[in-house]
Each structure stands twice: as C-alpha cells, then as structure tokens.
Design a protein around this ligand. Sequence first.
Ligand code: PMP
Length: 384
Amino acid sequence: GKPICECYSCYTGTDCSLFSPNCPADVDSGDPLFLEPFWMQNAASSAVVTSGWHRMSYIFPNQSFISVELEKNIRKIHAISKNAITDGRYCCCAFGSTQLLNAAVYALSMDSYPAAKVVARIPYYSFYKFQTEFLQTQHYEFEGDSSLLKNKSDIIGDVVEFVTSPNNPDGNLRSPVLKGPNVKLIYDRAYYWPHYTAIPAPADEDLMIFTISKLTGHAGSRFGWAIVKDVKVYEKMMEYIGLADMGISKDAQLRALTLLKVVGEGDGKQLFNFAHQILRDRWKKLSQIFSLSKRFSLQRVPTQYCTFFERAREPSPAYAWVKCKRKEKNCTEVFKVAKIIGRPGSRFFVGERYVRLSLLKGQHDFDMLILRLKELVSQEYEAS
Ligand code: PMP
C-alpha cells in the first residue's frame, strides 16, 4: 500500500508537496532537527537493528544499569570536543537531561534543613521552576531568580543554583551568581558543544549535565548524562534513577552508543563542523535582517577564541533572543501577527518585551522564519 506520510507543518497533500502560502514560521521549540541531514548522510553507519532476544534483562552483564562501552564513548566525545574534563569523574546516565535536573536537586539537598532554596538567574529555562515545583519535597523548594539572593545575608540554609552555560535563551556563557559554603551548583551544559559556542576551556565543575538532544539532535531518544566529582552525590543521583525508573532504557543506550561511535569516527570533527556551519550561517542571515531594524534588537554574542576549532569562532547560538524596543507591550504578539511563532519572554521569567526564536529546527522552518522576518522588518521602511 501507499506509505503514510506525515507532512511538515507548511506542506499538505498526499505526498506533502503542496505548500500553503499563509503558513506561519513555527520557531517556538528547541527541537534540534537541523542535524537531521547529518544523519541522512550517515544513514547506514548510524542504523540500529536489535534482535528480539537482545538486551532483555534489567541490567547489563556487569550488574550495572549503564553500558560500559557507552560510558567509554561519552568520555571520548568530551575529549574530542574539549568541552569537559571527565577523568576520575563519575558518569550518571538518565532519561534525557530533564531527569537529571531533579536527580541533581535531590542529591544536593538530601541533608538540607530548612529546605534548600533552588534558584536560577533570569532569563532561565522554565523546567528548573516547573519541575522543581512539580516534584517538591520537604528538602527543597523553588525560590526564583538567583540575583534576589545576592547578598550573603539573604542566604539562610542551603541554596542550589542552576547555572546554564551557554544560557537558554540568550546563548551567553555564564558564571554562578552565588558563592559560599552552603551554595551548591548544578551546571546545565546542554549547549556547551562546538555547535553552539566557543569552548574557551574544558568545563571542570563538580556537577555538569549534558544531553544527546543537543549533541546529536536525538531529542526523542531521551538520553542524557551527568559528570559528577563527588561519589556521594553520584550515588544519590543513581539512587534517584533506580527508585524513579529502575534504570534507563537499554534501547536508548544502544542507540546513543551507535550515534556516539559515528560522531567519534575519523578525527571526530565531522558533526561539530557540520553543526557549526549551519548555525553560523543561520545567525549571519538573521543578524543581517535585524541590523536593518530599529524596532527590534538581537542579543550580542561575541566572537571568541575556541580551543576546539583553534581559532576565533563566529557566533552560532541555538536561539535568537529578541527584544522589542518600542513600547509594544507584547513582543510575542507582534511576531505572531507577522506569522512568526516564538516563545514568549514570560516563559523565561522576564517581561513580555522579549521573544525567543529557535534556530535549531529543520531547514524549511528556518527558511520560513527568514521569509517572514524580511516581511516584518520591511514594514518599518514602508511606514516611514
Ligand atoms: N537544559 C536546557 C538548558 C535545555 O534547553 C533543555 C531542552 N531544551 C534541557 C535541559 C532538556 O533536554 P533533554 O531532556 O532533552 O536532555
């Protein structure tokens, strides 16, 4: 019979070839489909076939939840990309980095009384708040913006600060806001790959979280990992994953292993070169359009020396973080009217004057964004 075709949003018809001219550019989500062409080019070597009898057990032969081979390959990719030190550290795998966010909060606040305050500096990724509140225990509570606790006297009891570097939404490399003996840090390093940012030095923090979603683009496989210095914190995180889910999917691990092996082939630079090139070109196109506008401004992302590329590297952030400079109350609405669907600034706990546009989606979504943006910015010229 005929294959069932799932069309991308702007296309319809039995073979998805009919383009709808009124279609909006949907650049809301951080779905990393810009990497799909890389995996099409590497279709055979990245394929996973599993026989029915394979990996049926809860555990691996060495009694562990995690494949030794996979862990080896994770460390190898960090060494190739020069983005993190993993020697002598523990590696804790989970269902996406999402599961690790709370596993880390749990591990760092086990002995906290009164409840540890969990904070992140605005603008920040909404899951820190939503998940911490959803899974609240007596050991921790979500407090909000780190900057509100900046004075030492504001810190009573333990504090857990999420440090997102590069940051979602603005792509900036960040340092913690808070310091002190009772401040514990969770570094969310989801975007600390040569695709998105210069790598000035390998990250070397006590607790760093990574994800395959932004490395290979396989967000649907739900696989992430944490690199952890302290054995007690590592054990607590493993306890969390054991109790919450009795380990993680062996199928996801097999897929992750296969993908990482492809990434590590040859000089190991193929994927990084590919991803950087696409995002750099997208950023260039986007900046050019915004440079013609007086109404909107883009975040500044510096050209910085990168130890991976061994040169100063052009910016290539995952998202455009746009500000409406006129007194328009709702920036997201302005874009929506222009048929561009972005994520509102309020989702990052800053006002309505900001909107985030994803640069990670497939080519058709990006092309649509450029088309609609040109229309929007040219209105400024028609009006004057
Ligand atoms: N951290 C940050 C900063 C993110 O932007 C995302 C996803 N967009 C995640 C964590 C979660 O990623 P995942 O669960 O797919 O690994």
